[in-house]
Design a protein around this ligand. Sequence first.
Ligand code: AMP
Length: 213
Amino acid sequence: MRLILVGPPGAGKGTQAVYLAAHYGIPHISTGDIFRANIKGETELGKLAKSYLDSGNLVPDSVTNEMLKERVGQSDAAGGFLLDGYPRNVGQAEFLEGVLVEKKITLDAVLELSIPGEEIIKRLSGRRVCRNCGTTSHIIFDRSKVDGLCDSCGGELYQREDDKEEVIAHRLSVYAEQTEPIIAFYRELGLLKVINAIGEVSEISANAVATLK
Ligand code: AMP
């Protein structure tokens, strides 16, 4: 299975990606997670990416495309992969087509998680992430058992710089202007499947699997 998840920030891509990657036994490749790991590790890539992430802007394609190509070339991705957060614009979608042609492989589907704008702001502004293991929780919809501490590992929960309200609005406009056009791109290729991203996490996962069957 070679799958792309697309949808605005806050649609639940990360949550569904973890489920679907386990379900299909494929690696979950999140460009956002790779950037955050590099920022945490203070690598050269992390230093370069930080200001883009903090401001809600896209990291330049020249950097992101090479990083993605290198990641899908790793051995665990040989039997399939799930991309979460990539491609983020038509240039990246075209670059990915080139990588797939080079590797003589094709995508199976592009799954769009569809959600109205007002719901996104509610979800993102309450999202908290574990500094240690990256697990997400939500101060209203999915509270941790102990305030401020991760249920999975006990690590400290924090609010992503780009989940602050002023940055969310900017990320949504970046999505509308740059990322939404890839939906038409994949619709034309006959790969697009759309599901509703509102409701119980488990219902959305079941719907995703049924739609991809
Ligand atoms: P995400 O975790 O997918 O919400 O991504 C967080 C941030 O990482 C984005 O706002 C961008 O700054 C950066 N980023 C993630 N994926 C990409 C990509 N495919 N192209 C450019 N920037 C990206």
